[in-house]
Design a protein around this ligand. Structure first.
Ligand code: GLC
Length: 422
């Protein structure tokens, strides 16, 4: 089978009828930002199916506008923490009580062709409500905040240690049994101490009845993530384009423009001058994380940064490029805690390379963009469609037959594919 055929077979195999699971076993539900990337993959060979992925992820939207990170359409006892542990039933489908990076509007913009006006019209207000939720319930002091590392999509990055170390584990934390370590090698996965804290935040969400504004201001964890901030800023720009395309009124356009201005202004709050890069920051203490991550490199994708900030960011990317075989690791190889095979502590993530390369190319850094693209191509050719990859050895990590990796192949990497969206 060619890699194109394998990628299609993976997406078809992970299709559960209008929505796609990331991989069998480890992740048996629909994940929010996974679906945005997966839609781009389907678009290369089945456009109606691509739109179905967009529609189904929005089906789980809460009345307050939040689109949850996971939709638990039916309980799967093989996954923990599932719907009962979250106890987050404010939406039409049982779900988690946190969101994920809002890539969807950007994916929709890439997807939408001339004859998709009706489809766009059907979902525009939902996208707008979701962005609005980020700009209200999840905004703290002008910056988009995150209340749980799992909301960032970069679940176990050392970036979150500052916030996690500063919080207490709930003394009455209900006992639990992890399932993730049953599916994959424990050396890939988060530690027990971290897991206790992840579950403490979930308990705090329940205690405020999943009132998201309260969870933001009163919860035990409050950090700002360059991934969410930059993905949202980009998505706001794309939503604005969609609003223009649909001829939405001036009030809507002004609102989105206000969000864009806010996002641009907030970016400096994430600038760690000592590191010479954008970094995660604890919003209670003001402390910065001190590692350069693949999310730091998304400033190009978001279109932010003064010339000096961009130059220093590029210096960091080049420094790291000399330290690893494959670009761009999820955690700084020169920082403490670099572990090339552990979840978000080093591995390369296909969907991150895609966004980073898109931004670099748009901002005139074609050579580095080419490297992000060709490194991922080499990884998939050598190792297959893994969830993520060891940047030093190129070995595949965590889940295999992975949907977003297959999708990135079809939408972006495949040399033979003519209908690529990106
Ligand atoms: C892991 C990743 C997250 C992803 C999910 C499903 O939790 O950290 O970003 O959405 O798996 O693939």
């Amino acid at each position: 089978m060619t890699l194109d055929d394998q990628a299609i077979a993976i997406l078809r195999g992970n299709d559960r009828g209008g929505f796609t699971i990331p991989t069998r076993g480890l992740y048996p539900y629909q994940w929010n930002w996974d679906s945005a990337f997966v839609a781009l993959g389907f678009a290369a060979f089945d456009r109606p199916r691509a739109w179905a992925e967009v529609t189904t992820v929005l089906e789980g939207q809460w009345p307050d506008g939040m689109v949850p990170s996971i939709l638990f359409r039916r309980d799967d006892p093989d996954y923990f923490p599932g719907p009962r542990r979250w106890g987050a039933n404010l939406g039409p489908i049982p779900s988690t009580g946190v969101s994920q990076p809002p890539v969807l509007s950007t994916a929709v913009r890439l997807l939408a062709g001339e004859d998709d006006a009706d489809r766009l019209d059907n979902i525009f207000d939902k996208l707008l409500a979701w962005h609005n939720w980020y700009h209200t319930a999840r905004t703290f002091d002008g910056v988009i905040a995150t209340v749980h590392p799992w909301e960032t999509g970069r679940d176990n990055c050392p970036d979150w240690n500052i916030g996690l170390d500063a919080m207490e584990v709930a003394p009455d934390l209900a006992p639990y049994e992890r399932m993730d370590n049953k599916h994959v090698d424990a050396s890939f996965r988060p530690s027990q101490a971290q897991y206790d804290r992840y579950l403490t935040i979930i308990q705090a969400g329940q205690q405020v009845g999943w009132d998201q504004a309260r969870l933001t201001t009163e919860g035990p964890f409050l950090m700002a993530d360059p991934n969410i901030n930059f993905v949202l800023l980009r998505a706001d720009r794309d939503l604005f384009t969609l609003a223009e395309r649909l001829g939405r009124d001036q009030t809507v356009r002004n609102k989105i423009q206000g969000w864009i201005a806010k996002g641009e202004a907030a970016s400096d709050r994430l600038w760690n001058d000592q590191l010479g890069g954008y970094a995660a920051r604890d919003l209670h203490s003001g402390r910065f994380s001190d590692g350069f991550t693949n999310a730091s490199a998304l400033c190009f994708y978001a279109g932010v940064g003064a010339p000096e900030q961009r130059a220093r960011t590029l210096q960091n990317i080049r420094r790291i490029g000399e330290r690893v075989q494959y670009m761009l690791p999820s955690w700084d190889p020169d920082a403490q805690d670099f572990e090339p095979q552990r979840y978000w502590c080093g591995p390369i993530w296909p969907q991150m390379n895609f966004m980073i390369a898109m931004g670099l190319r748009e901002q005139g850094e074609a050579q580095l963009a080419d490297r992000m693209q060709s490194d991922l191509t080499r990884l998939i050719e050598a190792s297959g469609f893994w969830e993520c990859f060891n940047p030093v050895t190129g070995a595949g990590c965590v889940g295999s037959d992975f949907s977003w990796t297959a999708a990135m192949w079809l939408a972006w990497l495949s040399p033979s594919w003519l209908t690529r969206v990106a």
